[in-house]
Design a protein around this ligand. Structure first.
Ligand code: SF4
Ligand code: SF4
Length: 542
């Protein structure tokens, strides 16, 4: 579906009749059915992808079939309702947080206007409180005394096909960014409610292709694009050619090398798609400059974890792959590249899913001797922590003027900012390598606005929705673009690098997107280099 012209969409967001612009709904939310039409839903998962996942040990993806959200009949299994309620009970018993989130919302509304989907669409069901209510209403009906006795008066409703369709619509209009939870006085994490909704939907074969295909590719070949090991290796080596042409330095790299000190894992998007490619070139140049003893893996060739957007079992399995490879190669620890959800999984779930990784060593920088106590259990260090530490100890030299073509601002990726608290290290690095400014206060750090297309929503058939949900982020960039001449949006997440590029092209042409390590490598002074003036740093076409 074509995306409306910018002026048209901007007017629709600002003036269109919606709760966000003051219009009062005329019907109770429970009485408004969802209507699927081209452009407002992501395509269902292909039958063969679901079948493949269901055939894998430890995974459960039943009811593979052809179906369409626009059809009345979704071809659900006959006992779909029992499956859903049983699944909900199991999860209430297993996840104490879910039970708490179901019980403790006081409907204060503090979260209501904090969600970028609500701000961009004005749809009341995109208010976090109401998104959670989609599940809570069913919970009340079947699992609470008040709901059983008082029914709708207690905010309860029966599980119906209409409710299931509503779950599908709104659990895929949430990027699980957790911005709402920052403002909730009770710490309710609506992202985890969305995760449960998606898990329950998978039990009856309802899921989207842009998540299940990457998840199955990651399980089968090690990365979400399904690149075979030799292709992954070739892609990385092509980047070496580019680094050599630009700088005269050909970094020394290895794959699957047993006995290397460090295993380096980054999102695979960094080795095959712009603008991530420049970030990958940056990693290699940086590691060469400090003489790091590290190896890439063609087996653990994906840092991103599409299981996070799917269900716990898939997340656990994809996460385990990185540790299995670290063990097989006999490295001391893992160094992780610029990714968002890899780090969310690491910091919030890894320890109880697959950890602690006691067979690895507590990470110590071989260059500075710094012990990364924060990674004592996961044994995995973020590239920004690692780089900031190198800078602090004066182990790398920069010529900041090499980034004089850039006026940057920094997008805190939701997962690294809110899920792991990586707030100051990227800023410390930026201070040393480039001229940059902050976006407005309520749009950065813990309060950062999502790119609008995370959690597997980076798919073209919902482009209008993505441009709407990304508007709060784009708006903050527009402010610094107009006020300070910002022309580069830096971030530490591969999905952001892809989604923000589309977002900037639409709302803020003239602002490009880059990874932080690209800016680091642009300014890095490496012994023996022969680089001339590179007008656009590592992006320069020679
Ligand atoms: S801020 Fe928290 S308690 Fe208040 S409505 Fe939102 S989820 Fe409920
Ligand atoms: S997690 Fe993010 S996308 Fe989901 S409801 Fe909260 S603010 Fe909205």
């Amino acid at each position: 579906m074509a995306v409306p012209k910018l002026q048209q969409l901007a007017k629709s967001v600002v003036q269109g009749p919606s709760l966000a612009t003051g219009a009062i709904p005329t019907r109770d939310w429970m009485d408004i059915p969802v209507v699927f039409k081209s452009g407002n839903y992501a395509y269902p998962a292909k039958k063969e992808k679901v079948e493949y996942l269901n055939s894998q040990s430890g995974l459960h993806f039943p009811n593979a079939r052809e179906w369409s959200p626009e059809d009345d009949d979704w071809k659900l299994p006959e006992d779909w309702k029992e499956i859903i309620l049983k699944g909900l009970k199991e999860r209430l018993d297993k996840f104490r947080s879910l039970k708490i989130f179901m019980d403790c919302c006081v409907r204060c509304g503090a979260c209501a206007d904090k969600c970028h989907f609500f701000l961009g669409t004005g749809d009341p069901k995109n208010m976090p409180v109401l998104r959670a209510e989609l599940l809570r209403s069913v919970y009340r009906n079947d699992f609470t005394l008040a709901g059983k006795i008082l029914g709708k008066m207690a905010g309860a409703r029966e599980m119906t096909v209409g409710v299931l369709k509503e779950w599908f619509m709104y659990s895929y209009q949430c990027t699980e960014c957790r911005r709402c939870s920052v403002f909730c006085p009770y710490g309710i994490d609506t992202a985890e409610v969305t995760m449960m909704l998606r898990e329950l939907l998978h039990l009856v074969g309802v899921g989207i292709n842009w998540i299940l295909e990457p998840a199955s590719n990651s399980n089968r070949t090690g990365n979400h694009m399904g690149l075979q090991p030799h292709t992954f290796k070739d892609n990385v080596e092509f980047l070496l050619d580019d680094v050599e042409n630009l700088t005269g330095i050909r970094p020394n790299i290895s794959f699957n090398r047993k006995g290397a000190e460090i295993l380096f894992i980054t999102p695979s998007a960094d080795v095959f798609a712009e603008p991530g490619l420049y970030t990958a070139m940056g990693y290699m140049l940086l590691f060469e400059a400090i003489g790091l003893d590290y190896t890439w893996s063609t087996y653990a060739s994906e840092g991103g974890n599409f299981g996070l957007f799917t269900n716990n079992e898939t997340m656990k399995k994809l996460n385990a792959k990185m540790y299995a490879e670290a063990k097989r190669l006999g490295v001391k620890y893992i160094l992780g590249g610029e990714c968002g959800h890899m780090w969310r999984v690491l910091h919030q779930y890894m320890d109880t899913m697959n950890g602690p990784a006691d067979f690895l060593e507590k990470p110590v920088s071989p260059i500075t001797g710094t012990v990364f106590e924060n990674a004592a259990s996961t044994k995995m260090v973020h590239i920004s922590e690692f780089t900031a530490d190198l800078i602090k100890h004066g182990k790398i030299k920069f010529d900041k003027s090499r980034n004089s073509h850039v006026k940057a601002t920094f997008h805190d990726s939701c997962n690294t900012a809110r899920a792991m608290g990586l707030l100051d290290e990227p800023r410390y690095i930026l201070d040393h390598v480039v001229d940059w400014v902050e976006m407005p206060e309520n749009t950065i750090r813990e309060q950062t606005f999502c790119c609008g297309s995370g959690t597997g929503l980076n798919t073209d058939e919902i482009m209008e929705l993505r441009m709407r949900s990304g508007l709060p982020r784009a708006n903050a960039v527009k402010y610094v673009h107009e006020k300070h001449g910002v022309n580069m949006l830096a971030c530490v997440c591969a999905i952001d690098r892809a989604t923000l590029t589309s977002l900037m092209n639409y709302w803020n042409p003239g602002v490009s997107v880059c990874g932080l390590t690209e800016l680091v490598a642009n300014a890095l002074v490496v012994e023996g280099e022969t680089r001339g003036e590179l007008e656009e740093g590592l992006r320069t076409m020679l």
